[in-house]
Write a protein that binds this ligand. Structure first.
Ligand code: ZN
Ligand code: ZN
Length: 277
């Protein structure tokens, strides 16, 4: 039944583009929306308020009431989200809608969550990343980063190169893991940076957000993941969230970079070397 309603709604949208573009909820559209909503209600009842059906029904109602002056579409969409309807799809939609109505911080939250849930390779993440980038260009402030993630530094390097080859990287990690108090070969904030696995931007590592120290040692998280840990307070991170596209990058010989001078003749960033693109 919900399938039929969804299809019917889509047909209405396709054939009535002109009236939808006009003043909302006048005449036939309002009547149609009321009728479809009533049928969604029937479907919910018939299912005995089955959670999955409720979730999808609210998602459809959210689409049906898109642009309604009393924001019915938001009410239904957030219900669908609460009920666990396809989080990627719902949040992508909510992000766009929240941005439209000026709630940019909320929009950012939805887009970040899309990337978290969908993972870096999902097409939805690419879309969400693009929205985040646009919002950032508008200067929208970000919420606090997760604890396993390094605080975002503002600066971005145009050219960078791998700091250590694979063997040197492994050797440095082993040294720091074996001698957790060593002062040798510390990783300095501002000198070393992290490259992004998605957008290939490079950004300096920020000083420790907890104590302001600028030296880090390599170490392993409780799950055995390589991270950088503050040489003073030992707080650390195993992932770096890209300030440009929000993708998460691990700490590896591929992502640990040093700033480089612009190439003299040939153009092209360091990542042509790093990731071979
Ligand atoms: Zn990036
Ligand atoms: Zn610290």
């Amino acid at each position: 039944m919900l399938d039929a309603i969804d299809v019917e709604f889509q047909m209405f949208v396709d054939t009535k583009k002109a009236s939808i573009a006009g003043p909302p909820y006048m005449g036939s559209r309002a009547v149609f929306a009321e009728a479809l909503t009533a049928r969604c209600g029937q479907a919910e009842q018939m299912s005995g308020n089955n959670r999955e059906i409720l979730a999808r029904s609210n998602f459809i109602k959210g689409k049906i009431w898109q642009g309604h002056p009393e924001k019915l579409d938001f009410t239904y969409m957030y219900k669908a989200l609460d009920l666990g309807y396809d989080e990627i799809q719902v949040r992508l939609r909510l992000g766009v809608k929240e941005e439209e109505r000026g709630s940019k911080a909320k929009a950012l939250e939805h887009f970040h969550r899309v990337i978290e849930v969908a993972g870096p390779d999902h097409p939805a993440s690419a879309r969400a990343a693009k929205f985040i980038l646009d919002l950032r260009k508008q200067g929208v402030a970000e919420g606090p980063a997760e604890r396993t993630v390094e605080e975002r530094p503002a600066e971005s390097w145009e050219y960078a190169e791998p700091a250590l080859g694979p063997h040197a990287f492994d050797a440095r990690v082993s040294l720091h893991v074996k001698l957790p108090n060593t002062e040798q070969s510390l990783v300095k904030a501002g000198i070393y940076g992290i490259g992004c696995v998605r957008c290939q931007g490079a950004h300096p590592i920020a000083p420790c957000e907890n104590c302001g120290e600028t030296s880090y040692r390599f170490g392993l998280s409780t799950e055995g993941v390589i991270g950088l840990f503050c040489a003073r307070c030992r707080r650390g991170f195993t992932q770096h969230r890209c300030p440009e596209c929000s993708a998460f990058s691990p700490i590896s010989h591929e992502t640990l970079v040093l700033k480089r001078d612009p190439p003299k003749a040939k153009s092209g960033g360091f990542f042509s070397r790093l990731f071979g693109s």
